[in-house]
Design a protein around this ligand. Structure first.
Ligand SMILES: Nc1ncnc2c1ncn2[C@@H]1O[C@H](COP(=O)(O)OP(=O)(O)OP(=O)(O)O)[C@@H](O)[C@H]1O
Ligand SMILES: [Mg+2]
Length: 358
């Protein structure tokens, strides 16, 4: 699958703009604030129905306007037209060939996408929520039942937490209600756990290998997955923590607490990694995500590389460019502030490319 043409209306800094893209390489260059990242985010909206960066669609509406509209013409064997319209105060509408989706999540997986941006540093430096978001994003694009389970789990979790707050207000605990929530959480939670375990364990060897490649074997990295479910039956864990949950008015155990630890030469990557090492790790992690999605879907995802060369030394940049020029990749978008660097690279590649200077 690839994107032929993108039309933006009132989207962030674009009032009305059209881009035609190559099915292979696409370079977008321009100075800081020109709107390079915004183009990638527009593509992300069309692939997954939401922004890569935030969950508030109003932030993507051009200031002083009250709607945005995005349209993408995708193609491989058959043409695919996707539109995404958000009206302030209204609902966001995503449509495939003019047919509006009832639920946006039903679109997820149709156009696989992997995005890499400098903001991904949060995956290493911030709390566990960012890391769960990453694995959820990966598996959701591969398996629709995962996303269904996740939506179901989060809904019950919210209900359980609301009930716990109410119990504290009323000084009265409804144990039967909690038990019913526990069973529902355990049912969807177990499926989520086994899928996370499956895909994360196939991702780790890829991650290790790709990091070696990027760093010319200078360092080694690895990762581990930690979940209450690897130590205890989820239903037992929920029952065990019920007294604590009532006291703290929230659900303390469950797959919503899962985390992933990253290591550089056996030490914490977050504490001891340099900026370039962290960036290399993120690239290796995302390229592993790409490979897993590509293998499972039998289709190469769109690859969105924002500020690709930022913080990378020449050797690592070259290794990445070699990788991207190899055959396993489909349509790739690369943004950079440095026009010369892109000209140099596009002069070397034998792939078809398009260069937008904005
Ligand atoms: N809702 C909005 N309405 C109007 N303009 C917006 C909106 N949101 C963001 N912008 C503008 O978009 C521009 C930023 O675009 P973007 O982040 O794509 O830049 P960039 O080319 O990636 O820059 P950099 O090289 O610094 O990463 C800023 O000028 C910002 O003010
Ligand atoms: Mg940017």
């Amino acid at each position: 699958m690839y994107l032929n043409q993108l039309t933006l209306t009132n989207f962030k800094n674009y009032k009305s703009e059209k881009f035609a893209f190559s099915p292979a390489l696409n370079f977008i260059t321009g100075s800081n604030g020109a709107g390079k990242t915004n183009v990638l985010d527009a593509i992300h909206y069309l692939c997954l129905g939401k922004s890569y960066f935030h969950s508030i669609d109003l932030n993507s509406v051009m200031h002083t306007k009250n709607f945005f509209r995005l349209e993408g013409d995708f193609g491989n064997e058959e043409k695919l037209n996707i539109t995404n319209v958000y009206q302030q105060g209204g609902k966001k509408e995503l449509a495939k060939n003019s047919v509006v989706y009832q639920r946006i999540i039903d679109h997820v997986g149709l156009i696989p996408v992997v995005m890499i941006t400098p903001d991904d540093q949060l995956l290493i430096d911030e709390g566990s929520e960012e890391r769960r978001r990453f694995i959820d994003n990966t598996i959701s694009q591969i398996d629709h039942t995962y996303l269904e389970n996740l939506v179901a789990y989060n809904k019950v979790l919210q209900q359980r937490n609301a009930a716990l707050k109410k119990f504290a207000e009323n000084r009265n605990v409804d144990h039967a209600l909690l038990e019913s929530y526990n069973e529902q959480l355990a049912a969807s939670g177990k499926n989520i756990f086994s899928m996370r375990q499956k895909y994360f364990s196939s991702m780790i060897p890829l991650l290790e290998k790709k990091y070696e490649l990027l760093s010319n074997q200078k360092e080694k990295v690895t990762a581990t997955y930690n979940s209450v479910c690897s130590k205890e039956n989820l239903l037992d864990a929920l029952k065990r923590s019920t007294a604590k949950d009532v006291a703290t008015q929230r659900t303390n155990e469950g797959i919503h607490k899962d985390d992933f630890d990253f290591f550089l030469n056996t030490r914490s990557l977050k504490k001891f990694g340099s900026q370039g090492q962290k960036k290399s790790f993120l690239m290796a992690l995302k390229f592993s995500q790409f490979e897993i999605i590509a293998a499972e879907k039998n289709e190469t995802p769109l690859l969105l590389l924002d500020d690709l060369f930022d913080k990378l030394d020449e050797q690592r940049s070259e290794n990445i460019l070699k990788l991207i020029s190899s055959n396993g990749f489909g349509q790739v978008f690369i943004t950079d502030t440095n026009e010369e660097r892109i000209n140099k690279f596009s002069g070397q590649t034998n792939k078809e490319f398009e260069h937008w200077s904005i």
